[in-house]
Design a protein around this ligand. Structure first.
Ligand SMILES: Nc1ncnc2c1ncn2[C@@H]1O[C@H](COP(=O)(O)OP(=O)(O)OP(=O)(O)O)[C@@H](O)[C@H]1O
Length: 581
């Protein structure tokens, strides 16, 4: 892949388009130069009477015609330029965003453990936007100007190399100032970006936690953290603008000094009789015309240089090895085996699962129980390959889950989690997520079976009601029922229920139990339950303690063992008698 293509993280098409954009901008520059030449020719004609000559009107009319043609050419080339630079770069950015989103989808969960959401959002939005702006507003223009300025410089040097030198000598000097100082403002830019991310994180935490903040009267404390983050961001933004501004203005001053130099060299040559007045005037006009766009580019150049930071971050994200595996292998047996499984969330952290060996039989209900933090949720996440084990292996029907593509593996599993994620979409679409191929009848039937229709029918637009961000207007029980409807619709052979009925009142719970019974019929079911009475009839109960299998068996056999299960069971029996008074 060519270096330039890699540097801008472009697809083959994007790279080709960038070259076309540069060509289009160069064409626009030349067409504008053409109109400038026509204008100068007209001025030369019009000032002829000053030196005793006469205006050649036929030539003037021809020049006018040429001027109109040049204007038409400018219109056409700018239109072409617009299409080739802006539209194409927006398409390329869309492509990059989709590629990044695809990559994020396939990344192991350990990636999300180390990063917060605002950081990932920054990759998808800010970094791509920076890249998009540089590709549409900076690179083609800088490259095209470099080409046209060089061509003009060479052409002018044929007429008078001394004047040409006076005009162009400051150009490399001005660019050198920006390049040499890039380390300084690059550091400021990096700090500013970090402050921006920290502020975004604070804003997110503040908004997400607004209920807790109010309930615990944390307004002052939490707001001051947010205020501090925003202040730091503001300070660094000013410092960055100022730091960059000093060098950009310095470079622009050096460039503009070229005007003085051209006047000086021009008048010296004129008084020495080495150049005529009209050509000298021409050089003066050219210097003003050429410096205009270069001044603008000098201001954009720092953005071009620190855009590398954004590209490097995106490249780092793309270089993370996604979770992959066999997408075709059909699983027929759903017995889940843990063979000496070890797992830890962070390399430096303590293990969450230790040397776990157990079997979850196919077609039966297996309950995972144990004190809080004993590893119940972790076990379910490992089966679904949200994370890969650190040691040993987990097999489904004898196949190591690490050899299966996570999305393929997921097609065999349904989840009803404690925290139900809902999307800012209609109720109907939120249920349909379970099976995008389902017909409307199937979606409605699943909703009915999960007892959703009673609360959906009370909504203003029924199934077409928009849920808003994460369905914040729904109760915990309603959210859980939607999640059960999704699972019913998916009809996967392995079902994981994580505290499935935790948010339900007794009435809803009774209703939902029926729906769950339908959901789990004939399936391999893994239930994570805190309330042991709900899993009395499970075919197998695995009792976890600090990431280890402490006991396993049926409800009766475990009670007989008189171990941890019996202890937990007794505690819960006692708690049934609790009341708030
Ligand atoms: N994403 C994570 N990153 C780091 N550690 C984690 C993560 N999730 C869980 N843990 C840790 O792993 C251990 C097991 O957690 P897990 O959630 O599996 O327990 P659990 O038995 O399901 O708990 P609970 O009943 O309270 O939900 C705990 O020590 C927990 O702090």
């Amino acid at each position: 892949m060519p270096k330039l293509q890699a540097a801008f993280m472009l697809t083959d098409k994007g790279y080709k388009d960038l070259k076309k954009a540069i060509a289009a901008c160069t064409l626009s520059n030349f067409s504008m130069m053409l109109s400038f030449i026509v204008m100068i020719q007209m001025i030369i004609e019009l000032i002829k009477p000053l030196s005793g000559g006469e205006v050649a009107w036929t030539k003037m009319w021809m020049l006018l015609g040429a001027g109109i043609l040049a204007a038409l050419l400018i219109f056409l080339s700018l239109r072409n330029d617009y299409k080739k630079t802006y539209i194409v770069s927006y398409l390329e950015s869309e492509n990059t965003r989709v590629t990044l989103a695809e990559q994020i989808r396939k990344l192991p969960m350990s990636f999300f453990n180390d990063k917060d959401i605002s950081e990932v959002t920054t990759h998808l939005m800010d970094d791509v936007a920076t890249s998009e702006h540089v590709l549409s507003h900076v690179v083609p223009q800088i490259a095209a100007n470099a080409i046209s300025v060089t061509v003009i410089c060479v052409m002018m040097a044929f007429y008078d190399w001394r004047m040409a030198l006076a005009i162009f000598i400051t150009v490399p000097l001005a660019f050198a100032i920006i390049f040499i100082s890039r380390r300084f403002y690059g550091k400021l830019h990096k700090k500013h970006l970090e402050a921006k991310m920290a502020a975004a994180g604070q804003v997110q935490e503040y908004i997400e936690g607004i209920k807790v903040i109010r309930a615990c009267n944390l307004d002052g404390e939490k707001f001051s953290a947010l205020e501090k983050a925003l202040r730091t961001m503001k300070k660094l933004a000013i410092a960055m603008e100022f730091g960059t501004g000093v060098f950009v203005t310095g470079a622009q001053v050096v460039l503009q000094a070229g005007i003085g130099l051209t006047v000086l060299v021009g008048t010296t040559l004129l008084t020495g009789g080495q150049i005529e007045f009209v050509p000298m005037l021409l050089y003066m006009l050219v210097v003003v015309r050429i410096y205009g766009p270069i001044v603008t580019e000098l201001a954009l150049l720092p953005e071009f240089l620190y855009h590398r930071i954004a590209v490097k971050r995106m490249q780092k994200l793309m270089s993370i090895q996604p979770m992959e595996g066999n997408k075709e292998l059909e699983l027929k047996d759903f017995t889940i085996n843990f063979e000496k499984v070890d797992f830890q969330y962070n390399r430096e952290g303590e293990g969450a699962i230790h040397n776990m060996t157990t079997t979850i039989p196919a077609g039966g209900i297996t309950a995972l129980v144990g004190p809080s933090g004993s590893g119940k949720s972790t076990v379910s996440k490992l089966i679904a390959r949200f994370w890969d084990v650190s040691g040993g292996r987990i097999t489904v029907g004898g196949v190591d889950v690490r050899t299966l593509d996570p999305e393929h593996l997921m097609s065999y599993m349904s989840f009803v989690f404690q925290d139900v994620v809902l999307f800012n979409d209609t109720v109907y679409n939120n249920i349909r997520i379970g099976n995008m191929k389902a017909s409307r009848e199937e979606v409605l039937a699943a909703a009915q079976a999960a007892r959703c229709d009673e609360f959906i029918s009370r909504m203003p637009e029924g199934y077409d009601t928009l849920l808003g961000e994460n369905g914040s207007t729904l109760s915990g029980g309603e959210r859980q029922r939607l999640s059960i409807a999704r699972a019913l619709l998916k009809d996967a052979p392995i079902v994981m229920l994580d505290e499935a009925t935790a948010s339900l009142d007794p009435e809803s719970e009774a209703a939902i139990q029926q729906a769950i019974s339908r959901l789990i019929r004939g399936k391999t079911v893994i239930v994570i339950a805190h309330r042991l009475r709900t899993i009395r009839n499970a075919d197998k109960i695995i009792v976890l303690d600090q990431g280890r299998v402490a006991e396993e068996g049926t409800h009766e056999s475990l009670l007989e063992k008189n171990g941890l299960y019996k202890k937990l069971f007794n505690i819960q029996q006692e708690s049934l008698g609790w009341s708030v008074r």
